[in-house]
Design a protein around this ligand. Structure first.
Ligand code: SF4
Ligand code: SF4
Length: 417
């Protein structure tokens, strides 16, 4: 009977691992629909971009207060995972606060207090972010592409984070009360008080029934870990996937100067031949493909960009086309790309081959997704690229080389040929 919670935990952990890994496989397969692009050069600069922009959140600190709050949520997410590790070990081994038994008790209490400090910081930051979105109604959160699911997704995740933190504090508070009660097996090991949950202890210490206290502690424990399991799967369908993809996305950033052309070798050769700048070496003309019609004409990095987008709208709020009332929203370009990828992923999950899937539904560059009107409004100024906190180079996905004229020719004169 005592093994029942362990068995249940193992089953739930296994189910989560299976669902998340299956989803990761689907997303990877979708990203690999893109064409190849080399991003393994200049490794030093790549590591620097990852450390400064993903780990250090450098671009977020352009607005220091918002940057700090976002950093607290991010640090909380990373560091509270140490506590989650303890919960997972306890769940698998049937132990209770295993780290309290292997670490010096004072250090353990300090560690949990530090996590509680982060938890409270996360809760406060999430409340501020909810207010910014829903009460102050920051314009970038209320653009047309944010209606429906994107707005709900953003709010849901903030609420979920608050609720998860409440469960941690509840669990810790009940634990501290149980530590004062007598147990034959020393199950509730004496850890001392924790920084924030100690303030909830007076609310619970009046409860005489050990069973009720035990239920509250276990409820907080199970609700927290089940919430994390559900969150891990949910994130793969959410804009919050950026918490994982921001790292590879910044590492594989476009390191060239913004807007730098990528000349097409076949066209360069033609021009050089026409201008008498090179001798005709008799080499057979290779087939030149212009334009982009669907996701397979973009690079895998463009497609990873789409899954890494945080939907923050900083790009759109800097876009001169959007600011002057044009239909173009660089954020929507990313969201549309991801939606089309997801659509293709579903076709492939139903057993269709890549080619069959690509022939189904409307292509990415069509009125359903990214329309001609939107593309034509781009000035290729790169303001969106500069603003993006996860280094998304939209000018490349909009025009592959930052050149509107060439983009327009590719897209509309020779769409996908
Ligand atoms: S490059 Fe295009 S999409 Fe980006 S900010 Fe400039 S006009 Fe807007
Ligand atoms: S592309 Fe970048 S700036 Fe724009 S919404 Fe996505 S993450 Fe934010």
């Amino acid at each position: 009977m005592h093994l029942l919670p362990q068995i249940l935990f193992i089953l739930l952990l296994g189910a989560t691992a299976y669902l998340v890994s299956r989803r990761v496989g689907q997303i990877s397969r979708n990203i690999l629909l893109g064409r190849p692009v080399g991003r393994r050069d200049r490794m030093g600069e790549r590591w620097k971009a990852l450390l400064l922009i993903a780990f250090g959140q450098k671009k977020m600190f352009k607005k220091p207060l918002v940057g700090l709050m976002h950093f607290i949520i991010y640090a909380g997410f990373l560091l509270i995972n140490i506590e989650v590790l303890e919960i997972v070990i306890d769940g698998l081994a049937g132990t209770h606060r295993i780290f309290a038994h292997v670490l010096p008790v004072a250090f353990y209490a300090f560690l949990i207090s530090f996590f509680e400090f982060l938890a409270v910081g996360v809760m406060l930051s999430c409340v501020v972010f909810l207010v910014r979105r829903n009460v102050l109604k920051l314009p970038r959160f209320w653009k047309p592409e944010m209606k429906g699911w994107p707005a709900l997704d953003a709010n849901l995740i903030l609420v979920i984070e608050i609720v998860l933190m409440v469960f941690i504090l509840t669990m810790n508070a009940a634990d501290q009360v149980l530590q004062t009660r007598e147990f034959a097996d020393n199950h509730y090991y004496k850890t001392g008080t924790f920084a924030f949950s100690q303030f909830f202890v007076p609310l619970l210490s009046g409860i005489e029934s050990v069973g009720t206290l035990f239920f509250i502690e276990r409820f907080g424990w199970w609700a927290h870990i089940l919430g994390i399991f559900a969150f891990a799967y949910y994130v793969t369908y959410s804009k919050h996937l950026h918490i994982a993809l921001a790292f590879p996305n910044t590492f594989f950033s476009n390191l060239n100067p913004k807007g730098q052309f990528e000349n097409m070798p076949a066209v360069t050769r033609e021009v050089k031949l026409a201008m008498g700048l090179m001798e005709d070496d008799g080499q057979e003309e290779e087939e030149v493909k212009f334009g982009a019609k669907d996701v397979q004409h973009l690079t895998w990095k463009n497609l990873m960009d789409a899954y890494s987008c945080t939907e923050c709208g900083r790009c759109t709020s800097e876009c001169p086309a959007n600011l002057t009332g044009k239909k173009l929203s660089p954020r929507k370009v990313m969201m549309d790309t991801r939606d089309r990828l997801e659509e293709l992923g579903q076709y492939m999950a139903q057993g269709k081959s890549k080619e069959e899937a690509l022939a189904m539904g409307d292509t990415l560059y069509s009125e359903r997704y990214i329309s001609k009107e939107e593309i034509m409004a781009c000035t290729t100024c790169n303001a969106c690229v500069e603003a993006c906190p996860v280094n998304i180079d939209r000018s490349i996905s909009l025009c592959k080389s930052g050149n509107t004229l060439r983009w327009k020719k590719r897209m509309h004169l020779n769409p996908g040929t």
